[in-house]
Design a protein around this ligand. Structure first.
Ligand SMILES: [Zn+2]
Ligand SMILES: [Zn+2]
Ligand SMILES: [Zn+2]
Ligand SMILES: [Zn+2]
Length: 300
């Protein structure tokens, strides 16, 4: 046998050994209760069997040896191995083919498109829908079509804006660039302040790829005496429930009396929302969508 053949054979057996070891470690990382790969913290029973952190609070006895849960500890060695191992996403069985080092898989799984999420209108419309984001568009078209938009440049009309006197809250979802964004604004009747924001529904890393612009114009025509009032910002991530509508200060505060000046004669406020992917040209299309104030929620 030549040296080259011998080297190849050694390399092949080494590669097989590594593959076997990886499979063995992944088996060790499989939770005996839910069969997902465990992420730190990994808990142990009295005898040292491992249980994932989601199942652990739910079980009273060890799924493997049925020993009671008392005197439990963490398996720090297995946690360290998990961090350095390539772990497939736990939604692999649903079709996700993402695989990465254990230390970052948790972050992916949190925003994985196969994970079940609540409807973004769960608080606003009291919607009970919960499913993967892949099915969200169909749901929004079916149940929330009045507050669902699919253009990156969108014109809105807030009817009778000037006459709004009580607490007011508007919420819409915009689906562009294969991602979901939340447009939210409200008025505080006590202070007269309005808050406006467009949030990105997804991971903080992906949120960095998008920015938005809010423009208030007197009607649709920009004339010599009506300079648009413009606000620009990055889209902050906010995928959690609608209960906390605004992230901490990540929104624009504008006093209503200023916006009243932009209302047209009948009191309607026209505004445009543009969402930009990085380095995209700013250009408007002429699509018009109406955001009816009458359809919004009024809170006491
Ligand atoms: Zn489990
Ligand atoms: Zn056990
Ligand atoms: Zn995934
Ligand atoms: Zn819904």
């Amino acid at each position: 046998m030549t040296d080259l053949l011998r080297i190849r054979r050694v390399r092949r057996s080494f590669e097989k050994m590594m593959a076997d070891l990886e499979k063995f470690l992944l088996d060790e990382l499989t939770c005996p209760s839910c069969y997902n790969y465990m992420c730190p913290p990994i808990n142990q029973c009295q005898k040292g069997h491992n249980v994932c952190n989601e199942c652990f609070p739910r079980v009273n006895i060890c799924p493997k040896c049925r020993a009671p849960k008392s005197n439990t500890s963490r398996n720090y060695a297995l946690e360290a191995i998990h961090g350095r191992l390539l772990i497939p996403c736990k939604y692999q069985y649903l079709g996700c083919d993402y695989i990465c080092l254990g230390e970052t898989i948790k972050n992916h799984q949190k925003y994985c498109k196969f994970t079940k999420q609540e409807c973004p209108f769960s608080s606003y419309d009291n919607c009970q829908w919960k499913d993967s984001i892949i099915k969200l568009k169909t749901h929004l078209l079916k149940k929330h079509s009045h507050n669902f938009y699919q253009k990156d440049k969108q014109k809105f009309i807030s009817q009778h804006f000037r006459n709004i006197s009580n607490y007011h809250y508007i919420f819409a979802v915009i689906y562009v660039f294969d991602n979901y964004f939340r447009l939210t604004w409200d008025i505080n009747e006590g202070t007269g302040m309005t808050r406006w924001a467009v949030y990105f529904m997804g991971s903080p890393e992906d949120a960095k790829k998008y920015s938005y612009k809010l423009e208030f114009t007197k009607g649709y025509q920009i004339t010599y005496n009506t300079v648009p009032l413009t606000f620009k910002s990055v889209c902050d991530p906010k995928s959690d429930k609608g209960s906390s509508k605004f992230g901490d200060h990540n929104c624009f505060y504008i006093h209503k009396t200023l916006l009243d000046k932009y209302c047209i004669e009948n009191g309607d406020l026209h505004y445009r929302v543009s969402i930009y992917a990085l380095q995209e040209e700013e250009e408007y299309t002429s699509d018009i969508a109406l955001l009816f104030v009458e359809g919004s929620k009024n809170f006491p």
